[in-house]
Design a protein around this ligand. Sequence first.
Ligand SMILES: [Zn+2]
Length: 180
Amino acid sequence: MTAPTIKHCRQCGTAVQYRVPDDGDTKVRAVCPACGTIHYQNPLNVVGTLPVWQGKVLLCKRNIEPRFGKWTLPAGFLELAETTAQGALRETDEEAGAQIQLGPLYTLINVPQVSQVHFYYRAELLSDVFNPGPETIEARLFDEADIPWDELSFRTVRETLKVFFADRAAGHFGVHTIDF
Ligand SMILES: [Zn+2]
């Protein structure tokens, strides 16, 4: 999913034109021919967690599109005026109703094809009782051997789980910056 196309000026409602602004810019932007407003669009941030309970990983079965019915780590779009850590905690609460102790940043994944950056934090679950919200069909714990690799929702989730199990086997957790 790329950023939505801007059709009308956010200031005055006039239909915008797509062109390179006259101010030395080099990229095509949505420019308002009436009031001159330039609408800049920038990548979206997705924040989430990798919550662990006694060696098992928490996954959520999606009750929403895209990827309805697929398994995901709790994650979603960062809100305005929110830190990445706050967003990761909020998404974990909203999607899984899970109580966690947030750990360090674990993966930073650039997805330039869709202009997104994904941040996953490691987290310790404080309880194995979950209370999933409306975006989740089911929240449950998986042993490494039971991870539904073919039923995961997103490549960033798969990659984060992959490096987690590799790091755990090696006995060392680093921070991973990954470019897709
Ligand atoms: Zn305008």
